[in-house]
Structures are given as structure tokens and as C-alpha cells.
Design a protein around this ligand. Structure first.
Ligand code: CA
Ligand code: CA
Length: 109
């Protein structure tokens, strides 16, 4: 498979594998989210942006529609945010605003 084919199918497959594990299908609850973050993100610099040790905070950060679970759309946004962080780091654009928080929340840390 070409590289982007791989990336795209992997995003879908990783999501479904964890999201369909328990509870609601196609939704990551806290336990599932914790597992996917712990097992599928190993690079220290990416781990630094989303911390599985503080799953409450990670969930709050990702759960944009506040239904207590992470759906595929929210998961994609997370992956995309991590990609942007990596991009910024690689291109030297400064990775400061890479906590995955969006201005709509109104809170800065
Ligand atoms: Ca689930
Ligand atoms: Ca949600």
C-alpha cells in the first residue's frame, strides 16, 4: 500500500478496534480512550501532547461535543492535531499552541 493509503486505513482501523471494544459501538469511552492513547502512541514528543495518565483531561480536550465519549470525527481531529504539532516541530514553527485546545473553549493554560 502507498503511504497515505496506509495512514488513512490505519486511522479508521485503530479507531474501530478500540471503539468497538466495549460500551457503545463507534465511540471511545474513557477506558477505551486510555487504551488507545497508551498503546498506539509511543513517540515521546506526541505523548507529551496527549497524556493518557490524565485521562479526564485528555477526554475533555478531545470530546468537542461534550457527550462523554470520543467519536470518529473527534478522534480524527486529535490525530490531525498531533500531525500539526509534529509538522510545526519539524518545520521549526514552534510547538507552543499544540495542546489540542481550540479557541472556542475560551480557556488557555
Ligand atoms: Ca466503545
Ligand atoms: Ca464526543
Amino acid at each position: 500500500m502507498a503511504r497515505l493509503d496506509n495512514v488513512i486505513t490505519n486511522i479508521v482501523e485503530v479507531f474501530l478496534e478500540y471503539a468497538d471494544d466495549e460500551g457503545k459501538k463507534h465511540q471511545l469511552n474513557k477506558e477505551e480512550l486510555k487504551r488507545v492513547l497508551e498503546r498506539e502512541i509511543q513517540s515521546p514528543e506526541l505523548k507529551g501532547h496527549i497524556n493518557a495518565d490524565d485521562i479526564e483531561e485528555a477526554m475533555e480536550m478531545l470530546d468537542k461535543n461534550h457527550d462523554g465519549e470520543v467519536n470518529f470525527r473527534e478522534f480524527c481531529r486529535c490525530v490531525c492535531d498531533l500531525a500539526k504539532c509534529y509538522y510545526n516541530k519539524k518545520t521549526g514553527k514552534g510547538a507552543k499552541k499544540c495542546k489540542g485546545k481550540e479557541p472556542e473553549g475560551g480557556q488557555e493554560d
